[in-house]
Write a protein that binds this ligand. Structure first.
Ligand SMILES: [Zn+2]
Length: 587
């Protein structure tokens, strides 16, 4: 079990402040956060897939540690329905090689998140489950610990209120320090979705109270754009076509489509025949939601899209990768890749790291520049797809990977045509911004990457439409491996979070990686850094202004956590009462 493996601080690890109407709650934090590369925070089962299935699979294929967290069980139709949706979520994520032990269910009531962060925020309030069952506490029996997170960590169900939700989510972030968090945005039309974003910001702030160097990149997206015009977007499923801009996006949200992060999904999810398309198949596991016959079936496209931002210290905004346009090339041809459409919202100089994924292996020259090149091996079979991933850094943070593919086809070129760029022949890329300088500033080296249990214990994908062979790992071995691989302390882990994964992070059979090339990128005109509206739209959110009271700490030993929980709640309530201004909680 998780709590048997965590090394707890002998004294209180952190204090949670809940904004203007503050409740103080001490709780136990692990002294050594385990590794997590990505955390997907989904309001409901299926939001994880429709927004992030491609990036989940790509990360797993690269040997990264992925956690998926569900705020609710999607139980608006009742607890039995919620349990079914838990089963569906686990089955769908198994297709993407995410073990059940890397799935967290918080178990708060579907449809209630806005209330939980509003009138039911305080620790002394109870929000009844939004269904006919009327249960006022969290529930769940799947995922990590085969229980909802609060029960798994603290030994009992949590009362449905916003304070407990913050405690749980903050505990998750403090336990794993995910470098990248993917979440529905504050502009999503669904109250659960937009409130999830605010809860995530709350939790990041709470985690940073304990580990100030922790500063994840937030990637936010939109599922429900406009309920009054819902049929207008997104377009019907088509794995060859990128998502189009939601109607009225900028006027409604301030988000700028050209500044989004568009991440190509892996080839398994670009399969044109939808019944063989892995994202389509994973979505279809959510039979209670109509599978692909429902709204969620429209979310199979060539990419997934987000807007990036940082929530913690400093004003730096994360860079956005763009690996360029898919193309075809003859066997023996010299191909130049082009990542120069990557950009940094602050106009910082970008560094580049390319790697090849899969076979046949090629020598990638200048892999740390915007435009590396390689020669398509002459023996390559017609139709072979050569896949390359690009991450960019701005000196402070490092992006996730975007990818492109080069299809080997046509006549064999008799001699290498060194340095001649190939014509673009593939699907047009979305316009992801103005080209950035490719001066190739070296990334800070945070040391060797640590492989965690998820890497070693989970089978990797073996083919395009495959996935049924994705056996889950032994629970304890899995969890223990991930935790044991944790880095030494929060500062180190935060640095590592920004590290570009080394090419040998995960030995996937049949995959080779490119050789790093010389860092000799030439300078392009600097990008106009003036347009930053899309990244500042939440600056006024009160939830990000944290009050804290260090005088309300409670020290609890490891083994007494469960028994002490009512005490913690009581103290939190008393702490809140002392600070409560008249009428703040309404009752
Ligand atoms: Zn949802």
């Amino acid at each position: 079990m998780l709590r048997d493996r965590l090394a707890f601080s002998p004294i209180l690890g952190a204090v949670i402040a809940t904004g203007a109407a503050m409740a103080i709650l001490g709780y136990i934090l692990p002294t050594t956060p385990a590794r997590a590369d990505l955390l997907i925070v989904a309001p409901h089962p299926d939001d994880d897939l429709i927004t992030s299935a491609g990036l989940i699979l790509r990360a797993r294929q690269a040997g990264e540690v992925v956690w998926v967290l569900f705020m609710t069980n999607g139980d608006v139709m009742g607890m039995d329905s919620g349990r079914q949706r838990q089963d569906e979520a686990v089955a769908a994520l198994d297709l993407l090689h995410v073990p059940e032990d890397n799935i967290i269910f918080l178990g708060y009531p579907d449809g209630s998140l806005e209330d939980l962060r509003g009138p039911y925020l305080a620790a002394n309030t109870t929000r009844a489950a939004a269904n006919h069952d009327g249960q006022t506490t969290t529930f769940g029996d799947r995922g990590l610990g085969r229980a909802e997170y609060h029960r798994h960590i603290f030994g009992d169900h949590a009362t449905n209120n916003g304070t407990n939700l913050r405690v749980d989510l903050t505990h998750v972030l403090s336990s794993y320090h995910p470098a990248h968090i993917f979440v529905t945005s504050e502009h999503d039309a669904h109250p659960d979705h937009r409130t999830t974003y605010h809860f995530v910001l709350d939790a990041v702030a709470g985690a940073r109270d304990a580990a100030p160097s922790y500063n994840p990149t937030i990637h936010k997206t939109i599922v429900w754009n406009d309920f009054s015009n819902q049929l207008a977007w997104p377009a019907a499923a088509n794995a060859a076509v990128y998502f189009t801009e939601p109607p009225n996006l900028q006027a409604r949200t301030g988000l700028i489509w050209a500044q989004r992060e568009s991440l190509d999904v892996p080839l398994e999810m670009q399969v044109a025949t939808l019944t063989e398309n892995l994202k389509w198949r994973a979505i279809n596991a959510h039979t209670s939601q109509g599978g692909n016959n429902g709204y969620i079936g429209q979310w199979v496209h060539k990419d997934e899209f987000f807007w990036t931002e940082r929530t913690g210290g400093g004003s730096n905004r994360p860079p956005v990768p763009n690996a360029g346009t898919d193309r075809s090339a003859g066997r023996g041809a010299r191909v130049q890749l082009d990542g120069s459409a990557s950009f940094d919202p602050d106009g910082n100089t970008l560094s580049y790291q390319w790697r090849q994924v899969g076979q046949p292996s090629v020598a990638l020259a200048d892999a740390s520049t915007a435009r590396p090149s390689f020669t398509v091996p002459r023996g390559t079979a017609e139709g072979t797809m050569l896949v390359f991933e690009l991450r960019v850094g701005d000196g402070t943070s490092t992006s996730v990977a975007d990818a492109l593919s080069v299809r080997a086809e046509g006549t064999v070129v008799p001699e290498p045509d060194a340095g001649t760029p190939q014509p673009d022949a593939g699907t047009p890329r979305p316009d992801a911004g103005t080209p950035q300088p490719d001066a190739g500033t070296p990334q800070p080296d945070a040391g060797p990457r640590v492989d965690a249990g998820q890497d070693a214990s989970t089978p990797q994908p073996d083919s395009g439409a495959g996935g049924d062979d994705a056996g889950t790992s032994e629970p304890d071995a899995m969890t223990g491996g991930a935790l044991d691989a944790g880095l030494a302390d929060g500062a180190t882990n935060a640095d590592a979070a920004d590290e570009i994964p080394s090419a040998d992070a995960e030995p996937i059979p049949g995959e080779d990686t490119a050789e790093p090339g010389d860092d000799d990128g030439s300078a392009d005109p600097a990008r106009d850094a003036g347009d930053k509206a899309a990244h500042d739209d939440d600056a006024g959110d009160d939830s990000r202004r944290r009050d804290r009271d260090d005088g309300c700490s409670v020290a609890v030993g490891k083994r007494s956590t469960s028994a002490a929980w009512p005490l913690l709640l009581a103290l939190a309530w008393l702490g809140a009462r002392r600070r409560r201004r008249a009428g703040q909680y309404g009752s």
